[in-house]
Design a protein around this ligand. Structure first.
Ligand code: HAM
Length: 417
């Protein structure tokens, strides 16, 4: 039946219908289970924050802050923004609730909606969901490997194949200084031929020019951060590689991978899958050792990642997923309907999903509904059954029907057989 309504969901947002919801639940359950196996604690944060939080942490020069945030003013005229990513809120919470204790690690995870005003296409939405993990307080490469491993555990458990890991080190502020000087020198003569964004990046964040898709061909031979790593950053990256090897996690070193957010230091990584087409990045992350201090906290190393669940869903293998109830009630008269309703209440207490027709429709219509709902069992009650103190219990898969005393515990026993 087509509707005459002209209302549609907003471009770039997604409606998730009941059958698809079962697939989402499957993913969310695996994320929670795995994250908890790694001892990450769940946190949830607001849909919007003060815009300044993202300006300062995600970074003024990033595409997210420059052109993708949904911002609006509250009644007091303060600028608020729908959260485009999770790391700034996690850091804010870490600082706001005094989580810092020297030498103590905080391991958080989240499953949250994010908002970015990008041009919608397959795999790219204006409202999307991420799961993410952040470890605050550890500077070790082991932590970076643990994060990567937790993501692969989730992909594997969901039977998602073909995810590749790209890694790089973009160094610390100390070694980056030399790199940026060299890079700017290299780019200077080419500036006029670069895209408008890259010409702006030259002053604001020249490193980002390295991963510009448009200018890729024009900057061949450009210096890359890994050529300038200090001893500490180099040793850190080597340990990261060695530990990935130790766990048999395959990776590609992408020396132009710099990621689009301003806070990264040392290790950066991304998970890509060729089956996703142009939006092939399933997830990404890295170390942000300077951010917490920059946001007003103590000098605290940190590392994390996020995976786009909407993109993950595009890779999730089909399983035979069906909507359905365990038990559907079919009754012949009002009194049987009342009695049956009581039985359903007891069955629900025992954990069975149950339903019945609230509209006093014919027995035929009730059976049709039981079929539509994929009921595993149907309980049938009429005057005859009431007089005899029984119900008819029909196993819909086998087509068999049995008489059972009209007592919830006897019915439960039969259902559990
Ligand atoms: P990000 O790379 O901006 O990193 O986003 C992570 C993932 O979110 C992407 O790899 C992609 O799968 C998904 N994603 C991003 N934009 C969209 C979109 N418009 N539609 C659908 N999916 C999208 C971060 O957000 C960092 N906070 C990750 C991190 C955590 N780094 C350290 N800790």
């Amino acid at each position: 039946m087509s509707s005459k309504s002209n209302f549609k969901n907003v471009k770039g947002t997604r409606d998730i219908l009941p059958l698809e919801s079962i697939r989402w639940q499957r993913v969310e359950n695996v994320v929670r289970k795995k994250m908890e196996q790694y001892n990450f604690q769940e946190i949830r944060f607001p849909t919007f924050e003060y815009t300044d939080l993202f300006r300062k942490s995600t970074g003024e020069s990033t595409d997210i802050v420059r052109k993708e945030m949904f911002t609006f003013a509250d009644m007091g005229g303060r600028s608020l923004a729908l959260k485009p990513e999770g790391t700034p809120s996690v850091v804010r919470m870490f600082l706001q609730y005094g989580f810092f204790t020297k030498g103590i690690l905080q391991k958080f995870y989240y499953i949250e909606r994010m908002f970015r005003q990008e041009r919608p296409q397959k795999g790219r939405y204006r409202e999307f969901r991420q799961f993410g993990a952040e470890v605050i307080g550890s500077s070790s490469a082991e932590t970076d490997v643990e994060l990567v491993k937790s993501a692969f555990d989730i992909f594997n458990e969901l039977d998602i194949k073909g995810v590749e890991l790209n890694i790089n080190s973009i160094g610390c502020p100390k070694c980056r200084k030399n790199f940026i000087k060299e890079l700017k020198g290299f780019l200077k003569g080419k500036l006029v031929s670069l895209c408008e964004d890259c010409r702006r990046r030259y002053d604001e964040n020249p490193m980002r020019i390295l991963d510009c898709k448009e200018d890729k061909g024009k900057i061949k031979g450009a210096p890359v951060p890994s050529d300038f790593l200090c001893d500490d950053c180099r040793a850190h990256f080597e340990e990261f590689e060695n530990r990935l090897d130790f766990f048999n996690i395959k990776f590609n070193i992408e020396n132009r991978l710099v990621r689009g957010l301003d806070y990264y230091t040392k290790t950066v990584f991304e998970f890509v899958n060729a089956n996703l087409g142009s939006q092939n990045e399933v997830g990404g992350g890295g170390r942000y050792d300077e951010l917490i201090k920059f946001m007003g906290g103590e000098d605290t190393p940190a590392s994390g990642y996020a995976v786009g669940i909407d993109r993950l869903m595009l890779l999730l293998p089909e399983k035979e997923e069906k909507l359905g109830v365990d038990v559907y009630l079919v009754t012949f008269d009002e009194e049987s309907d009342l009695e049956g309703g009581k039985i359903l209440a007891s069955l629900r207490q025992e954990g069975f999903s149950c339903d019945k027709d609230p509209m006093k429709r014919s027995v035929k219509a009730q059976f049709r509904e039981a079929d539509r709902q994929n009921a595993k069992w149907v309980i049938i009650i009429g005057e005859n059954e009431r007089k005899r103190g029984i119900v008819q219990l029909k196993n819909m898969n086998k087509g068999e029907q049995k008489e059972i005393p009209m007592e919830a515990d006897k019915i439960v026993k039969e259902l559990k057989c």
